[in-house]
Design a protein around this ligand. Structure first.
Ligand code: MLT
Ligand code: MN
Ligand code: ZN
Length: 309
């Protein structure tokens, strides 16, 4: 199985258009230690020919142009794409907005959990995806689903969704509503098995590392995990927002309650932080925080990062 990081940043990207935090300023200034990153998405393939997207980023049109393996086959039919399916892990803007850029009547299969299928069904704008050629299929938690293209041809990959502590999308929140925004069904983790039983786990959003989460990750060849924030109050202290990571449904990387500590004992061959917010100092390759992450055996995702499992 191949996996290519199309985008490694959280919502907003790096640099974010309206942000002048130290990390964005360095990225905008062309600092070699802080390369720009687009909003998160990973492409996976069993054979290097047919590709599946893990989430459809708002930056998808750029990502499709930047990655040659996703270009139409040269000299082939007028309309062609190696992109055959999209698997969605959540309903946030940075997970699904790229679907709107796939509206050129190209046959595709879109897989998502019930919560996200409902978002797509209830928002008229997604009707731009021609239902005659684009199929939408559910991912019930715990069920191994073989991925297929729009013609039903197996893509050599199977996905099992599992529930992840998370939050409903921001646009579904009602300001002032006292109910909890946390949700056990709005966000799913994706466990993807390829040829030879090699498995990758994709979790760009995770509010808490529970025993179930640990169990799902155990034994994977590759883990992409929520690297949004270094510290819970980082955006507040940077003057970049009013919310903690906890309030946004993202566990932080550092500290005794952080993801590095929580996942330290879990057997996984390669562990990579992805969905990294632009305030996070690990985005600066020369920061002490990046050194600490690397020393703990983690990689920090960047656009174009490739894996062969
Ligand atoms: C998140 O990851 O928390 C969301 O992408 C935030 C948002 O929708 O802006
Ligand atoms: Mn996000
Ligand atoms: Zn910033």
């Amino acid at each position: 199985m191949r996996a290519v990081v199309l985008g490694a940043a959280a919502g907003g990207g790096l640099p974010q258009w309206n942000c002048n935090c130290p990390v964005c300023a360095r990225a905008r200034g062309g600092d070699a230690a802080v390369p720009p990153r687009t909003q998160v998405s990973v492409a996976v393939s069993a054979d290097g020919e047919s590709w599946v997207l893990l989430n459809a980023s708002p930056d998808l049109p750029y990502q499709l142009r930047a990655n040659k393996m996703l270009h139409p086959a040269a000299g082939g039919q007028t309309r062609h794409s190696p992109l055959r399916a999209v698997v969605l892990s959540g309903g946030d803007v940075d997970c699904i907005a790229g679907l709107l850029s796939l509206r050129e009547s190209q046959p595709l299969t879109v897989y998502a959990g019930a919560h996200v299928l409902d978002v797509i069904e209830s928002n008229q704008i997604f009707r731009v995806l021609n239902r005659e050629v684009v199929g939408f299929l559910p991912l019930p938690p715990g069920v191994e689903v073989p991925l297929r293209d729009a013609d039903g041809v197996a893509l050599g990959l199977a996905v099992r969704a599992f529930s992840v502590p998370g939050k409903i999308p921001l646009y579904q929140e009602t300001p002032g509503d006292p109910r909890q925004f946390g949700s056990a069904t709005a966000v799913i983790g994706l466990s993807i098995t390829g040829p030879g039983g090699r498995r990758l786990v994709y979790m760009p959003g995770c509010a808490d590392v529970t025993d179930e989460v640990r169990h799902e990750i155990e034994g994977a060849a590759l883990l992409f995990f929520d690297g949004t924030l270094w510290e819970d109050d980082e955006m507040i202290r940077a003057g970049a927002g009013t919310k903690t990571g906890r309030r946004m449904g993202h566990i932080s990387i550092s500290g005794p309650g952080g993801s590095m500590a929580a996942l330290a004992g879990v057997a996984v061959a390669r562990r990579v932080f992805i969905h990294i917010n632009n305030t996070n100092p690990v985005l600066c390759a020369d920061s002490p925080q990046a050194a600490q992450v690397r020393a703990a055996g983690w990689d920090i995702a960047y656009d174009g990062m490739e894996f062969t499992l």
